[in-house]
Design a protein around this ligand. Sequence first.
Ligand SMILES: Cc1cc2nc3c(=O)[nH]c(=O)nc-3n(C[C@H](O)[C@H](O)[C@H](O)COP(=O)(O)OP(=O)(O)OC[C@H]3O[C@@H](n4cnc5c(N)ncnc54)[C@H](O)[C@@H]3O)c2cc1C
Length: 413
Amino acid sequence: MPLGLIKYGLSSGYPGKRFLSAQPELKSSYDVIIIGGGGHGLATAYHLARYHGITNVAVLEKGYIGGGNTGRNTAIIRSNYLTPEGVAFYEESVSLYRQLSQELDYNILYSERGHFTLAHTDSALRTSRWRAEVNKHLGIDSQLVYRDDLARLIPQLNLSEDVRYPILGALYHPPGAIARHDAVAWGYAGRAAERGVEIHQGTTVTDIEMTDGRVTGVVTDRGRVSCGKAVQAVAGASTIIANMAGLKLPIRTIPLQACVSQPLKPFLDPIIVSGSLHVYISQSDRGELVMGGSTDPYPRYQTSSSLDFIEGLMSHVLELLPHLSEVQVMRQWAGMTDMTPDFAPIMGETDVENYYIDAGWGTWGFKATPVCGKRMAEMIATGRVPAMIAPFRLSRFENFDLVGEKGAASVGH
Ligand SMILES: Cc1cc2nc3c(=O)[nH]c(=O)nc-3n(C[C@H](O)[C@H](O)[C@H](O)COP(=O)(O)OP(=O)(O)OC[C@H]3O[C@@H](n4cnc5c(N)ncnc54)[C@H](O)[C@@H]3O)c2cc1C
């Protein structure tokens, strides 16, 4: 053991300063209450405090920060979506992510790897070409590549034609990245708390109070609290909390599972996705292969894993990377994803005055964490809906003005 470490362990400076100070008592009133201590809620709190000077803010989290989908996702970050609204929005998030370690002075291990969406059929190739053209038109680095390119760019990939779904080509998005998801939550939490934001873990919101159509407070299992404004950022529980405010959301909550392998020496740099095989794979900084697929077949509010999922997933992984047949799966888990009909999020104002929503993040919301924090905070602080998020308003479902992202948002996240 290094001498410095022993000295530190025995010194009065150990243990060091805690990342979050001891949890305070709940005050009777806050300017802004944020329900949900995932990445979105914490990033919103940080932006309110840092860029708008609003610090009388409480984040109420029923479990521990980042313990929801933020700490369960597979951390894929990209902007090669299909609609102009989606591309612009996710591209702003990618720009913010690139600077986030410096912004928070906290290493989120942001790592650009390149993102490949494999095409196994002529129609999938056609869709990839369509996406590549839309992306290029909107300034996104995205191109169609074929078998020869893939043999060079991902030599590990099984390009045999003697398999169920031979690979014909791929949509290649060089900026596709991964990051350390807990670090994102902790970085935002730490920097928000330093500026006076209160983060209350183990605090469940059980009701929303309203007077004359305006939010006035929330009820929690630690008592009632008044507020000037409130925002819900509770992926996986969006419909439940919205119901408390009398809002109906067009959302179905469906579990999404993922798993990791034993750690391996680095051998796979890019992120590989196959929509036809319902599988995606990347290798984390710890060497584990991070693997996932599509959502469970039916909606429910539960996070159990299934043998069925892991068996199906592994057969598809081995079709792409057969040399992994001896590798062991170490852990498997699930999160609850809120799926919207158009595979786009719901952000903005609601019919309840001063009550804002950040929901419908399905399988794609980790990559949007920084842009959500920035734009939600801007809306709360100024009272105006930023143009960047206006297309994702809840009322679009009444007006049939959808943002159709299904072709770009499902298995590929
Ligand atoms: C397996 C899996 C893989 C994924 N992979 C990706 C990916 O690769 N890329 C990507 O972009 N996205 C991915 N996602 C989606 C992404 O994880 C989510 O969209 C995103 O994390 C949502 O962040 P959030 O802060 O809104 O929600 P969460 O992190 O879920 O935070 C919401 C918080 O609200 C709290 N809460 C709920 N009810 C209450 C209550 N009554 N009172 C107080 N607090 C409450 C919860 O405890 C939770 O901590 C994946 C999701 C899963 C499940």
